[in-house]
Design a protein around this ligand. Structure first.
Ligand code: NAD
Length: 433
């Protein structure tokens, strides 16, 4: 099939490559010309497992081209995916600027029938809104259908998830599209759910709100573990063995971040509010997370009293391992609080330092983890990067002024840090003061 994808970010790029991998002709369009040039040269623009080899495969097979020409993209495609950003507004709602721009630009170039498939996460009612906007901009109703097809991939496992996801959700008010979309997705062998656009749009928010709630729930239990001397990893394991619960998203830590859960939970609360519904559980999940992500600051203040003028190390900047995404990462909130308290912050991350430098230009970015520990009174582990599991604790002790770890991702076992006589705080797995 001839497929166009508008937006070459995390979702758009993976969507484009997955369909190209399935022998479709894909044209992937983005208005960021730097991104397009880089992708056409086979250089990945994001950090994702297996991305480079898939990009090379698709370019070599000539199944994909990258462009910044929207007209060309429309002309060459029967199906047009939209995968632009829907960031949060200041009031927690959804900023629809990118969607509006794309629809307005598209309206100039649609002169024969196109299927427009929206992959961006958008408020309920957006499929209808896009249809109305296209008509308002002069596109004939017979020249398009609009489908809601939310995306469920996880960053870090994005390619795997797209190719082997649990479900494909299609929200459409047109029966004739079912056959075409079944054919489009047939090579993936994933269960398809056909429903109304409103239901499809809400499935995405409900899914992210549920997973966020699961994380906040286990973090609340972890905080209780800290008080009563119970062990959260064993509790999570036991809960996870219950098939009704499942072990996924039950890892305690310093809260969720990323480009989806924080914004989508807030957006869902806002959407519900506009319809007179008060989502108490989702609100609590957000509130718990807001406290949880600065838990290390409370631990530091309890332990030291005053931290002004001290040096503290932040290990890991991305919101989770195996991605370069720093959006809403707990590390950013922690760094902000440390700076506010007059701390000298030294950081290390294997890939995200340059991005964080744009937000905090005056803190120290180290090129290896041990340099970031020099003269520090505490190392706060914010990301579960594999290399932190292998930290040499003898070397860590030599480098630090006070050997202390706040393990925001529960990487270490208590016995291991005990052997090394390190002051240690975990999230619900005990502490050594
Ligand atoms: P992103 O910011 O990484 O990518 C968006 C891309 O759209 C950027 O490359 C930007 O340059 C491009 N763009 C913006 N306006 C454009 C225009 N007018 N024409 C062409 N290109 C334009 O965003 P993302 O993380 O890929 O997310 C996209 C959507 O998918 C969002 O709604 C998000 O909530 C949703 N989503 C994201 C994930 C995820 O893990 N990142 C998962 C599921 C769903």
């Amino acid at each position: 099939m001839h497929i166009g994808v508008v937006g070459a970010g995390y979702v758009g790029l993976i969507t484009s490559l997955a369909f190209a991998h399935m022998e479709n002709h894909v044209i992937c369009m983005d208005n960021d010309i730097k991104k397009i040039n880089q992708l056409n040269k086979g250089v990945p623009t994001i950090f994702e497992e297996d991305l480079e080899s898939l990009l090379h495969e698709c370019l070599d097979n000539k199944n994909i081209v990258f462009t910044n020409d929207l007209q060309e993209t429309v002309n060459q495609s029967d199906i047009l995916f939209i995968a632009v950003g829907t960031p949060p507004n200041d009031d927690g709602g959804v900023d629809m600027t990118q969607i509006n721009e794309v629809i307005c630009q598209l309206s100039k170039f649609i002169h024969d029938y196109k299927i427009i498939i929206n992959k961006s996460t958008v408020p309920v009612g957006t499929q209808k809104y896009i249809k109305e906007l296209l008509v308002q901009k002069g596109v004939s109703e017979k020249n398009f259908d609009v489908v809601s097809n939310p995306e469920f991939l996880r960053e870090g496992k994005a390619i795997f998830d797209f190719l082997h996801g649990d479900k494909i959700v299609i929200g459409s008010d047109s029966q004739k599209l079912k056959e075409i979309l079944e054919k489009l997705y047939a090579p993936f062998h994933i269960e398809m759910i056909f429903t109304t656009p409103e239901t499809a749009e809400l499935i995405k928010y409900a899914s992210n709100a549920f997973l966020s709630t699961k994380i906040s729930f286990i973090n609340e239990i972890a905080n209780l573990c800290n008080k009563v001397g119970a062990d959260i990893d064993t509790i999570s394991y036991a809960l996870g063995l219950d098939k009704r619960i499942s072990p996924q998203f039950l890892k305690a830590g310093i809260g969720f971040g990323g480009s989806c859960f924080p914004k989508d939970t807030k957006a869902l609360i806002k959407i519900a509010k506009t319809h007179g519904c008060d989502l108490k559980i989702v609100k609590s999940a957000v509130a718990v997370n807001e406290d949880q992500r600065i838990l290390p600051i409370h631990i530091l203040l309890d332990h030291y009293g005053d931290i002004k003028g001290k040096t503290i190390s932040v290990l890991g900047l991305t919101f989770k391992a195996n991605t370069d995404d720093i959006r809403e990462s707990p590390s950013l909130y922690i760094i902000h609080e440390l700076i506010k308290r007059g701390v000298t912050v030294q950081t290390y991350d294997p890939i995200a330092s340059d991005e964080v430098k744009k937000i905090f230009p005056h803190i120290k970015y180290c090129s290896n983890v041990y340099d970031s520990l020099t003269n520090s009174i505490c190392a706060i582990i914010c990301t579960d990067w594999q290399e932190f599991y292998n930290l040499n604790l003898t070397l860590l002790k030599e480098k630090m002024q006070v050997p202390m770890i706040i393990d925001g991702r529960n990487i270490f076992k208590l016995e291991k840090v005990k052997e090394n006589r390190i002051i240690y705080y975990s999230v619900g797995n005990g502490s050594l003061k």
